[in-house]
Design a protein around this ligand. Structure first.
Ligand code: URA
Length: 200
């Protein structure tokens, strides 16, 4: 299996779909390669495309606040997107683009082996909660093969809607609870210290 650096290099050279022609920078994602918690958003926006980093614009500012509510430090989690290049004008990702990018996300998950996957928005939700409605599943989690999948709205959706903002803040507090219940199991024998969730 490749290392995260090798994987990032491969993602950086990707030409699998047309988005490669429009991007300023690829946005593979960032965080420790052995993060316990993985957040998956939708696609890079303007600021992410400029900087090559995920969630660094206004939605990212709100995500940072949600992480604090969830008792997490941004440096301890891995944050990435379903697709790694910005769609023109921030349009929704096309099914063909999601398909083309899927092997990158698959390899990231294989490498990180997260204990908790938090989906941000409907595109990552669709991967783990197929056919579900966001209004029904947000703030809820399922456990499959020892991994917890927790659904949240997309932070950008909440930026201009006070009710969604409140819902996301509440969901972040629920996530904190879920994480605290999982803590002893995540720090199982043989797990390195970096794999143990230290809440603050
Ligand atoms: N929205 C996303 O889904 N991802 C980002 O990285 C930024 C905004």
């Amino acid at each position: 299996m490749s290392t995260m650096e090798e994987l990032n290099r491969d993602i950086g050279a990707c030409q699998r779909c047309d988005l490669a022609r429009h991007r300023a920078r690829v946005v593979p994602g960032e965080g420790p390669a052995d993060s316990v918690v993985l957040f998956i958003g939708e696609a890079p926006g303007f600021h992410e495309d400029q900087q090559g980093r995920p969630f660094v614009g206004p939605a990212g500012q709100f995500l940072n606040q949600l992480l604090i509510l969830a008792g997490l430090r941004r440096e301890q989690v891995f944050i990435c997107n379903v697709i790694k290049c910005r769609p023109p004008e921030n349009r929704d990702p096309l099914p063909t683009e999601i398909q083309a990018c899927r092997p990158w996300l698959d390899r990231q998950i294989e490498l990180i082996e997260p204990k908790v996957v938090v989906t941000l928005g409907r595109y990552s939700m669709a991967r783990y909660f197929p056919g579900a409605a966001m209004s029904k599943v947000h703030g809820k989690h399922i456990k499959r093969d020892g991994i917890v999948y927790f659904a949240m709205y997309h932070p950008a959706a909440a930026l201009h809607q006070q009710s969604l903002r409140k819902a996301m803040e509440q969901d972040a507090l629920t996530l904190k609870q879920v994480l605290s219940q999982l803590e002893p199991a995540s720090a199982g024998p043989g797990e390195p210290e970096s794999r143990q969730l230290s809440m603050f």
